[in-house]
Structures are given as C-alpha cells and as structure tokens.
Design a protein around this ligand. Structure first.
Ligand code: ADP
Length: 340
C-alpha cells in the first residue's frame, strides 16, 4: 500500500470517529436527548465533513509520498552508480537525516568503487605482464626442443643451444621468485623496532654490496639517526634502492642520508625523467623495455619496496626535481620527522 493511500484511509477513519464522538459528547454535556431530527443532522454534518477530511489527507499523503519517492529514486541512482550528492533544503528532520546518510553512503561507495577499479586495472596489467614475460622464454625453449627433435641443430651447435635454454630456465625461475616476493610484500606482518640507522646501513646494506670501482658508497647518517621499521623490510628496501643505483651509476657516488626527516638514497647515475617518476613503482614497469631481456630486471623491485614501505606506514617517492641522478625518499605517510 502506498503512503498516500494509507494516510487517506487512516485520516478518514480517524475523522469519522472523532466527529461521531464529538457529536455524541456534545449532546451528553448539554444534556439534550437525541431525537430522530437531531440524529439526521449529525449524520448530514459527518457526510459533509468527510470529503474535506479526504482532501486534506490526500494533500498531506501526496507531500509525504513525494519525500519517500525522492528517497527511493536516490537509492535507485546509487544502485546504478550515480553518486550525485543531494543538497536541497528539507523541512522534515528525519528526511534531512536520511539524505545526509545517503550522501555519505554515496561518497564512500564512490571512493571504494574507484579504488577497486584502479586495483583491477593494476591487477590486469600485472597478469598480462607476467603472462608475457613468462611466455617469451617458454616459446624459446619450446622452439629449441622442436629444432633438436627435428635434427635441425648440429652436434657443434648443441652446447650453445642448451646453454641458451638454461639461461631461459634461470630467467623463469627468477621471474617466479620475484613474483612470490611481490605477493609476500603485500601481506601485512609488521614487527617494527627502533633501528640505529648509521650502524644498520654500514653492517646490513653496504657490507653486502660491492660497488663498481669508480662509485663510492657514502653513509651520511649521524649516530642518533633512528627509524621505527620492520628490520627485514627496511633491509629489502635499501638493498633494492642501492642495487638499482649501482646498476645505473657508472661513476660518482651513492649516498644515504636523512633530509628533513626522510631517509634518502641518491646517486649520480643516469637518473629518471620526471614523467617516469610515478610509473617506476608500478609492478612490471621498466623504463627501457627494449634493453636486453635476460640482463634487465622484471620491474618488480620498486613495487615490492613500495609495498614494504606502505606496510610500515611509509611512502616511497622519487624526487622529480633532482637532476644529478636519481633520488628516492622513504618518508612517513603523514610526513612526520624521523628522529635524528
Ligand atoms: P627491477 O626490479 O627490474 O630492477 P625496479 O622496479 O627496481 O625494476 O625499477 C624500475 C625501473 O626504474 C627500472 O627499470 C629503471 O629503469 C628505473 N630505475 C630504478 N632505479 C633507478 C636509478 N637509481 N637510476 C635510474 N633508473 C632507475
């Protein structure tokens, strides 16, 4: 039953009861016996009053019904992903509350749906890249096996072909272990502890890395520099950043220091164009895709590092203004300063 019908029926019944009750009470109070003539007058009055009650209840019913239809339409819009906000003035407090609640539901849904769409795009891109990277070595190995089966490879060529196949197998192995690392980096096991940065970088990072002859590793953190972070995560992030710097720096230095509360790794290498700065953190993104496939990485290193940073409430960003090489900053999500 519609609100309009419900109000119409209930107002008419209420009107009828009230008028009968009032009429009889009036005769009771003034103490006059109700004769046939009086009774017919009462009935006539009621019959004339009823259409009036009907009109009033119809108008009130229509007003309320409009309000409910408005709410129904908004729910329908939201169900169809139309998240337009409603800011019209309303006179009934409850209706204002309902529209405000619907506004916040619409905003939340809009945000969540956009995030899901973005994640879905990332996931599709990842699966495509993974399938592409995996299919290339498989096709090469398959082609070589067929060539051997068809006696197209001579005895002299065989060791070279087998070596090639071995390299491709290693490539697939490395790809799989990088993908597993990436998946692992999304799990949120966080065991933060206060890390003395200077000592940590000397012992756990620089000690494991042999730089090229003309590149110096410089640790500029002072003795008091600390960071609250999961140790294994910080180690993976810094090994990745310094490892990248080594790959792209022929001469000069790779420096780690604290700048305005951010932990910074910067080098004097080929650098990154500002347009690439955000993209390099996407999984499977490599700046020069035309490079030798077997020598370059899969583009997962920085994506893993970014996930590990996020797990620890930090952001990993590339400084677009730095022009002497590459500068990557690890800083707190709300940019609080690291104690130094
Ligand atoms: P990978 O795991 O293949 O090394 P990364 O995710 O670590 O990939 O890096 C993505 C891309 O960012 C690399 O292909 C490289 O072009 C660029 N890059 C990362 N670090 C540096 C750096 N220090 N200097 C110049 N380019 C860099």
């Amino acid at each position: 039953m519609s609100v309009k019908k419900l109000l119409l029926i209930s107002y008419i019944i209420a009107g009828l009861l009230i008028s009968i009750f009032t009429a009889f009470m009036t005769f009771y109070i003034i103490d006059v016996p109700i004769g046939m003539k009086m009774f017919s007058k009462i009935v006539m009055t009621i019959i004339f009053t009823l259409p009036l009650i009907g009109i009033v209840s119809y108008l009130i019913g229509s007003y309320f019904s409009k309000k409910f239809i408005g709410i129904k339409n908004r729910l329908f819009q939201i169900a169809n992903e139309d998240f337009t906000l409603y800011n019209r003035e309303e006179h009934i407090g409850e209706i204002v509350d309902i529209h405000q609640t619907l506004n916040s539901v619409a905003m939340q849904l809009d945000k969540s749906i956009n995030e899901l769409k973005e994640k879905n795009r990332e996931l599709t891109w990842m699966v495509h890249s993974f399938a592409h990277d995996f299919r290339t070595p498989l096709t090469i190995i398959q082609g070589n096996i067929e060539a051997i089966e068809d006696d197209l490879i001579s005895q002299e060529e065989l060791p070279t072909v087998l070596k090639k196949m071995e390299l491709e197998t290693n490539y697939m192995n490395e790809l799989l272990s990088d993908v597993l690392c990436f998946i692992q980096s999304m799990k949120s096991v966080v065991k933060k502890e206060d890390i003395q940065l200077k000592e940590f970088i000397d012992r756990e990072i620089f000690a494991l890395i042999t730089p090229p002859k003309r590149v110096a590793l410089i640790n500029l953190i002072n003795e008091n520099g600390t960071i609250a972070f999961t140790k294994t995560d910080l180690k993976k992030i810094l090994i990745n950043l310094v490892g990248n710097s080594i790959k792209f720096t022929e001469q000069g230095s790779i420096t780690i220091e604290l700048q305005n509360g951010a932990l910074v790794v910067q080098d004097t290498g080929i650098g990154i164009k500002s347009v690439e700065c955000e993209k390099i953190f996407q999984p499977f993104y490599t700046v020069d895709a035309s490079k030798n496939r077997l020598k370059s990485g899969f583009g997962l290193g920085l994506a893993i590092a970014k996930n590990l940073a996020q797990k620890n409430d930090y952001l990993l960003e590339c400084d677009t203004a730095y022009k002497n090489g590459c500068k990557i900053l690890l800083q707190k999500e709300n940019y609080e300063h690291i104690d130094s």
